[in-house]
Design a binder for this molecule. Structure first.
Ligand code: NDP
Length: 433
């Protein structure tokens, strides 16, 4: 905390991981204390901070802060998304990069941990302004990334449009056509099923978690928060599996649609029109729109937080439990506060942490890297079936790790332990670097 003041989200992520590794570390005290492995693990290999000047439509120069944290490359090139949101600061990028190390390890694929972004807000900007920002951002970032060194992707605020502008600028500056970014459009090296991957993966893991606990997802009512990339495809896959998602939200309000969310309408509003959820309610008379926050107040069997960090607090957790919710699987990164997570676990709610349950996105990004390297494209079915296999595997890896260390059913600990062991082993083998 003294070394990294004013980074509460980073402290929260480190505390959660280290607490759950306590039993593993105590069992191998000598190995993990030796050579300051833990200190190296919580310290990024490299942190890049730079300014992004760009010209807005009025001809005024705007300046944003930008970040790329290359956290850990023990098991592969740095991999992690770029967040564009006014709330972005170094602490948030470090929390995300730290989580990414374990998530990427859990996928079983050769990818290290990193994260980046800027306090630029794409909302309300023209396409030209977004392009001007992305080109200026990539002009600096291109010095530090590459297909074999660091491969960024999308995140909040960075979708297909932004990735396209960034990829174009990277190619222009470097003069090489390589898979330096994932989440690309299908016409220039993107992977089928990448758009759907995080939401679909979340549901594949949730389905497996329920199955292994004697429950079935079909027929269940689900609360989803968010209305972005993760939320939309989580809702779609939940419906395909026979469940009924009844809520979604954005940063201004939320929808309760007792008949079940109309995904086609939601996609039209969010992906095409880039509009607010008030338009959803206007088009669906049976749906209710509420200002502010509130999806967790609805009576549901399962909750899938898919918007942002710390959006499900202790009060929300109590309401969910009181309403009979028996499973929570995180689509977003660290959407539940530590207090909420502990409460849900104490009440016997099945709880899948984001670093496991939302790993489908980065896993499919790694599959995009494989396709780019072999200059081939796989079919949707091929990618989707690999994704499903990866998510089922992740569930069993964290389940087995929890059991092995005497914490059966504690998937938070299981995910941290399984992710950590592989990275720690690789770091030890590679010496003090
Ligand atoms: P999007 O930008 O597509 O959507 C984010 C959604 O959450 C929007 O509906 C947004 O509303 C809402 N939201 C964002 N910030 C806030 C906030 N501070 N308060 C309330 N609502 C908010 O992002 P993604 O769907 O891609 O990402 C969602 C989460 O999932 C993030 O935590 C991300 O890190 C994580 N994630 C994403 C992956 C991916 O592949 N996309 C992979 C793994 C994790 P509004 O539009 O009004 O801002």
């Amino acid at each position: 905390i003294d070394k990294n003041p004013a980074q509460p989200e980073f402290h929260q992520a480190v505390k959660e991981v280290l607490e759950s590794l306590r039993v593993v570390i105590e069992a191998n005290e000598e190995a993990y204390r030796k050579d300051a492995l833990l200190e190296r693990l919580v310290t990024p290999e490299r942190q890049l901070l730079f300014r992004v000047p760009w010209v807005d439509d009025k001809g005024q120069v705007q300046v944003n802060n930008a970040f790329r944290v290359q956290f850990n490359s023990a098991i592969g090139p740095y991999k992690g998304g770029l967040r564009l949101h006014p709330s972005v600061n170094l602490g948030i990028i470090k929390f995300l990069g730290f989580e990414q190390i374990f998530k990427n390890s859990l996928t079983g694929l050769p990818i290290g941990g990193g994260k980046g972004g800027s306090d630029f807000d794409p909302k309300g900007k023209s396409d030209r302004e977004v392009m001007a920002f992305c080109q200026s951002f990539m002009t600096e970032l291109s010095k530090y990334i590459g297909a074999d060194t660091d491969v960024p992707a999308g995140d909040i605020g960075t979708g297909a449009r932004e990735i396209g502008y960034m990829f174009g600028q990277y190619k222009r500056i470097k003069g090489v056509y390589e898979g330096v970014l994932t989440g690309k459009g299908l016409s220039y090296g993107g992977s089928l099923a990448r758009t759907e991957a995080t939401g679909y993966g979340l549901l594949y893991l949730t389905e497996e978690m329920l199955k292994c606990n004697g429950k079935d997802i079909a027929g269940k009512t689900i609360a989803v928060s968010g209305a972005g990339n993760v939320a939309i495809y989580a809702i779609q896959k939940a419906q395909q599996l026979g469940a009924k998602p009844v809520t979604c939200s954005d940063s201004t309000g939320w929808i309760y649609d007792p008949e079940g969310i109309d995904v086609a309408l939601l996609k039209e509003i969010k992906e095409v029109k880039r509009a607010r959820l008030t338009e959803y309610a206007a088009a669906r008379p049976e749906a209710q729109y509420h200002e502010g926050k509130g999806v967790w107040s609805v009576k549901v069997d399962i909750a899938l937080p898919c918007a942002t960090q710390n959006e499900l607090n202790l009060e929300d957790a109590k309401t969910l439990v009181a309403n009979g919710c028996f499973a929570v699987a995180e689509g977003a990164n660290m959407p539940s506060t530590i207090e909420a997570t502990e409460y849900l676990q104490a009440k016997g709610v099945l709880f899948a942490p984001g670093k496991a349950s939302n790993a489908g996105g980065v896993a499919t990004s790694a599959l995009e890297m494989s396709q780019n390297s072999e200059r081939l494209s796989w079919t949707f079915e091929e990618v989707d079936s690999k994704l499903k296999g990866i998510m089922v595997n992740i569930f069993h890896n964290m389940d087995d790790a929890a059991k092995k260390y005497g914490m059966e059913g504690n998937y938070v600990a299981g995910a941290n332990i399984a992710g950590f062991l592989k990275v720690a082993d690789a770091m030890t083998a590679q010496g003090i670097v």
